[in-house]
Design a protein around this ligand. Sequence first.
Ligand code: PLP
Length: 370
Amino acid sequence: MSGNFLALAQPGVQQLSPYVPGKPVDELARELDLDPAKIVKLASNENPLGASPKALAAIREELAELTRYPDGNGFALKSLLAEQCRVELSQVTLGNGSNDILELVARAYLAPGLNAVFSEHAFAVYPIATQAVGAQAKVVPAKDWGHDLPAMFAAIDANTRVVFIANPNNPTGTWFGAEALDEFLQDVPEHVLVVLDEAYIEYAEGSDLPDGLDFLAAYPNLLVSRTFSKAYGLASLRVGYGLSTPVVADVLNRVRQPFNVNSLALAAACAALKDEEYLAQSRQLNESGMQQLQTGFRELGLGWIESKGNFICVDLGQVAAPIFQGLLREGVIVRPVANYGMPNHLRVTIGLPAENSRFLEALRKVLARG
Ligand SMILES: *Cc1c(COP(=O)(O)O)cnc(C)c1O
């Protein structure tokens, strides 16, 4: 007798939909018989600069050691991070992408009967991590596309163990200030772990966004997660980190894969962290590209959601889905966000100036066709 292996999966997993990534360039090239070199992908919040030359050099050097297991403790990278983030080495957890950190938190602190609270229009990995371990996802309605922190606090109950908040949030780009964060952290019960996902924080420096690290000392139930995938330009290597109390870091360390971050990723992340010029260039490119897209949207009479990330959601009303298809035919890949409860928007990653122009030109054409 054969088993029904969908029905046999634990109920939380049966209710999940797989994560939908941005459409890969090669896939679109195959489907439409296009030259991959002419396709513009602005769909996955990747850094359009390409990886830092210093990171590439570090990887080349590390290749000689590929036969060996990586340093399972990630000593060199943790040391650099501890110094830069003004924390002890024992407070750093490395992850296979910050995605890994989110999953480690879920595995260590969630279980059937317990729940995690997060916002509507939040990162798709929060429900996946939560339901994969049989816990309940408590989704709180957003306010003006952003996190409604007081409502999220109100949603916390006796079975809540984790709250996921992203600042800025993906896919909306919305953010909250230091005061709102502080009030929220003061309110949240001490036994609830607050995961502050700062995947895009490097783009927001100098703005009114709080630096999560400033709150670590005061709130032992805070974990700040960050990544090398976005502003540091290393998405393919999968490396991110969490900063927390040593106790939480110790707990996460118990459930992680022994070698969850590979040696090329470790070496590249160390080099990228030291390459301040690359980071400054990433920020500058993002700022000017954001202006370029907003100017283009204004000229086209389109609205958007203000964003502090390296992406922006443009409002296309009822025709967002056909416009997405029309853009694909023009060789431009952006991201539909209907599966995030945003059927009228498309999320566009800030690209190089020429990529942004190609996108705006394609959008103009597709809109004109009606
Ligand atoms: C991209 C992203 C991440 C992390 O990505 P990794 O590549 O796994 O580090 C985490 N949170 C949000 C909100 C993101 O957009």
